[in-house]
Design a protein around this ligand. Structure first.
Ligand code: FAD
Length: 485
């Protein structure tokens, strides 16, 4: 027997979660299918986490419009979903006349697109703001309204509230085939069959292949890797703003981000892949980052480097009539739509920034495609509360700790002061892997990278999920931590 739903979303990355959240406000049924064990484990977990203002985007483009709206309303969104964020401001540096011209163009973009709080500053003001930076900057673009966020935290918040408002999520299920019969989509996963009136594909890197299950090829995604380095929170004070460099000659600049949690994030690189992306970093990429990091921030202490990771860009290119990739790449958000099948394809930067706006935008289009537009629910409850953070309470209101159950006073992760209570609550909310716990509580994010708490968390996961400890994974099947002897 097939499960019936009005809208079926493929993929629970940040875009799928926000689309589900937007749809959960209406009187329609929505189901989300995700092939991994958790939400936000694809492109959405490994990126720079910057909420941009849109001055990089072509005026009049959908990206520029959504970015502008997103950055203005971001604090309100985070308040609604109880998500931690920081207003950092971004300084884009120029070291010469070529880059100066690019910055001036971006300032003009901001003016034309009506983006507030973006202006040019001189070297004196720059070094007053950031004295540790390499000398020789000629000008900097100062985008004051730039925020940073943990992207998975934002996506998980939307997921939780969408779920609380009636959206059904099916994890560990992969969409394998789709056919359309008498106006209804029949979707087969590795577990079951669904029938849906509309499909919204938010399949990240697979969005082209999923589109082609029922439609003619139009766009091909070419993956490209990106490496990052993470520095311990002790280095967080070195800079206060997000710093990026507009290169004077051709090539890529570099970005350094003081993250929400106080770490420094260095990256990304741009690396061609020979084959598919497997999540690994490359030595050449990490060496490039070290070199550029030292150049830009001479005091950057490399003995405080705690981890590296890699992300992947879904670079979209148009196909010609023969299905061959052309050199025409997409610069704006492109939403494919054909006969009830919608596809958010090749959404690269700034997909985190625009996730909420894209969710609302695509929802409007999906609703408009029904013969009579579904109504808003009267019982939609927007309130979502984050898991209480002991590390915050210890700083702000230690007395409040005593109001919480005793397991909130038992510390599991010492680097980040994460309690057993937080981990239990993360499991209750759906975390089933070590990384799922990490993304929801920060346990294992600190200097020892889980060396101290991993074993305790493994045992707790095994007990709470009533699963053999050998079956507990880092982040889904194939990443089991302990080998059964
Ligand atoms: C290096 C890098 C840096 C970036 N930095 C920023 C930034 O600073 N600010 C910003 O705004 N944006 C940034 N972005 C962009 C942003 O990260 C992406 O736009 C966003 O994460 C895309 O989310 P998604 O939901 O489309 O993809 P994903 O997170 O990959 O989600 C797609 C999901 O679909 C699932 N799926 C695929 N196929 C199937 C199937 N057959 N069945 C079921 N499920 C399936 C996958 O498992 C996955 O979970 C960056 C991107 C990169 C690569």
């Amino acid at each position: 027997m097939s499960r019936k739903t009005d809208v079926l979303i493929i993929g629970a990355g940040i875009l799928g979660c926000f689309a589900a959240w937007a749809l959960s406000r209406y009187k329609i049924s929505t189901a989300v299918i995700e092939k991994e064990a958790d939400v936000c484990t694809g492109i959405s977990k490994a990126n720079t986490g910057i909420i941009y203002q849109g001055y990089d985007q072509h005026p009049g483009s959908l990206k520029a419009d959504l970015c502008r709206k997103a950055s203005v309303s971001f604090p309100a969104l985070c308040k609604e979903l109880d998500v931690n964020y920081k207003k950092r401001g971004l300084l884009m540096l120029s070291f010469g006349p070529n880059a100066d011209r690019v910055l001036e163009k971006k300032i003009r973009n901001a003016e034309v697109s009506n983006i507030p709080d973006v202006h040019l500053i001189g070297a004196e003001e720059l070094y007053r703001l950031e004295p540790s930076l390499k000398k020789g900057v000629s000008h900097a673009l100062f985008a004051e309204n730039t925020f940073v966020v943990n992207p998975w935290e934002l996506g998980i918040a939307a997921y939780e509230n969408a779920k609380a408002n009636g959206v059904s999520f099916y994890l560990n299920e992969e969409v394998l085939s789709i056919r359309k019969e008498s106006g209804v989509f029949h979707i087969a996963t590795n577990e079951q069959e669904f029938q849906a009136k509309r499909i919204l594909c938010c399949g990240g890197l697979n969005s082209d292949a999923l589109w082609e299950l029922v439609n003619k090829p139009k766009i091909r995604l070419v993956p490209q890797a990106a490496d990052y380095l993470v520095f311990d929170t002790d280095c967080g004070g070195l800079i206060r703003h997000v710093i990026s460099v507009e290169p004077e000659e051709k090539g890529d600049g570099i970005t350094i981000v003081p993250t929400c949690d106080g770490n420094l994030l260095l990256g990304p690189t741009r690396r061609e892949l020979n084959g598919s992306f497997d999540g690994s970093t490359a030595l050449a990429g990490l060496s490039e980052l070290k070199e550029k990091g030292k150049w830009l921030l001479p005091d950057l202490p490399f003995d405080q480097m705690i981890r590296s990771f890699a992300g992947v860009r879904p670079n979209p290119f148009y196909l010609d009539q023969n299905g061959t990739i052309t050199d025409k790449s997409l610069n704006d958000f492109v939403i494919l739509e054909e006969d009830g099948f919608f596809d958010l394809i090749g959404v690269k930067t700034p997909g985190i920034t625009c996730a909420n706006e894209l969710g609302q935008y695509i929802t409007t289009r999906i609703l408009a495609s029904f013969a009579s537009a579904p109504e808003l629910k009267t019982d939609f409850d927007p309130v979502r509360k984050a898991i209480p953070k002991i590390s915050d309470l210890l700083e702000r209101a230690p007395e409040a700790l005593m109001q919480l159950p005793p397991e909130y006073r038992e510390i599991f992760c010492r680097c980040r002061n994460v309690s057993k209570g937080e981990i239990l609550e993360a499991i209750r909310r759906g975390a089933s892997t070590l990384d799922g716990i990490k993304r929801r509580t920060d346990a294992g994010m600190g200097r020892c990278q889980g060396g101290y708490c991993m074993e305790k968390i493994l045992h707790l996961l095994s007990k709470e999920l009533q699963t053999d400890i050998y079956k507990i994974t880092k982040d889904g099947p194939g990443t089991e931590i302990i080998k059964e002897s």
